[in-house]
Design a binder for this molecule. Structure first.
Ligand code: NCD
Length: 329
């Protein structure tokens, strides 16, 4: 799988690829512990340039990709608003992307449009500069690199209790339009005997395509509105925000009472003492900051893991991953 060209969907990964990413990420974190190690990482890709094309809001994904570029010695350029590029003058997205490919070696893109990354990857593949594209969030559809960092965080959290295999993982909130949930659920089908619990108001249940995907993968899953019960039986709780930016009518999400699905400090006592609490962030009211100091809260670690897993992914895409796995420290 080190032949991988673009990162478009979580469903393109297999278990061997995930295990390799896990090993690579751990090794990268060891390099981070010394000045020599950091200099070594910076010497891997100083001849490469990346373009961050983010036309949807982002804090963590943008900064962690940008920091990952810096860790590897790569330069990066950015567009964060299509209104500041020639798209404003009427240039098509196809022509804009092709233009970026003239200047850089990798495009990392986030867009509100479902399927746009796939379309752009196909287009670039037909040109004489078929550079890789990484999907950093494609509308309400997919967020494959978030799923990689989520799986890495779960692996680390369960490293002394047999790993992810056999665990019950509960996802909570807007499961209909939350792309992190959609990508993570797909990745979790690669582990053995994982049980998924989807806890949400009925308006925000998972979409049928995901339901069918899980059924065909033979994964046991439960859709429920019983948040308290779900908390008590789960090894990991993955909280998410209501994705009201995708409302078809203004204020639509506000009409749904989601407060039953907020994780509050009082819930901590009904959760397993070994449970893991995660959130892709940003959070609103669904995750009480009073929980931040509980040892089970892993979301700040999860956000930092995003940077390391993205370093690992870029070394794989740009062919220097062996230079991380091989040398002894
Ligand atoms: C998520 C996203 O953009 O999908 N954020 C992130 O990338 N960490 C989740 C969200 O915005 O709710």
């Amino acid at each position: 799988m080190s032949q991988v060209r673009h990162i478009l969907s979580a469903s393109q990964f297999n278990r061997a690829f995930l295990d390799r990413m896990y090993r690579l990420t751990n090794k990268i974190r060891q390099f981070d512990k010394s000045k020599e190690g950091l200099h070594y990482l910076q010497s891997l890709l100083p001849h490469k340039r990346a373009m961050l094309y983010f036309t949807q809001p982002s804090t963590r994904t943008f900064l962690s990709f940008q920091s990952a570029c810096h860790i590897l010695g790569m330069k990066n350029s950015e567009i964060r608003d299509a209104a500041t590029s020639s798209e404003r003058k009427g240039e098509s997205i196809e022509d804009s992307l092709r233009t970026f490919s003239s200047y850089v070696d990798l495009i990392i893109m986030r867009s509100p449009v479902r399927g746009l990354c796939d379309k752009m990857a196909q287009l670039l593949d037909q040109t004489d500069r078929p550079i890789p594209i990484i999907n950093a969030g494609s509308g309400p559809d997919e967020h494959p690199t978030q799923a990689l960092l989520d799986v890495y965080t779960l692996e680390r959290s369960f490293k002394d209790s047999g790993g992810i295999d056999g665990k019950t993982i509960c996802m909570v909130g807007d499961l209909k339009r939350g792309r992190t949930v959609r990508s993570l659920s797909r990745l979790l089908t690669l582990y053995k005997n994982v049980r998924l619990v989807f806890a949400s108001p009925s308006e925000f249940k998972i979409e049928n395509d995901l339901r069918l995907f899980l059924k065909s993968a033979g994964v046991e899953f439960l859709e429920t509105a019983d948040f308290r019960d779900s908390l008590a039986l789960s090894d990991a709780i993955y909280m998410t925000r209501i994705q009201d930016e995708y409302d078809l009518a203004a204020g639509e999400s506000g009409k749904v009472d989601s407060s039953e699905f907020y994780l509050r400090a009082e819930h901590l006592k009904i959760m397993k003492s070994s449970a893991v609490i995660m959130h892709p962030l940003p959070r609103r009211n669904e995750l009480d900051p009073a929980i931040d100091n509980d040892p089970r809260a892993k979301y700040w670690r999860q956000e930092r893991n995003g940077m390391w897993t993205r370093v690992a992914l870029m070394t794989t895409l740009l062919g220097v991953d062996e230079k991380i796995l091989l040398p002894e420290l």
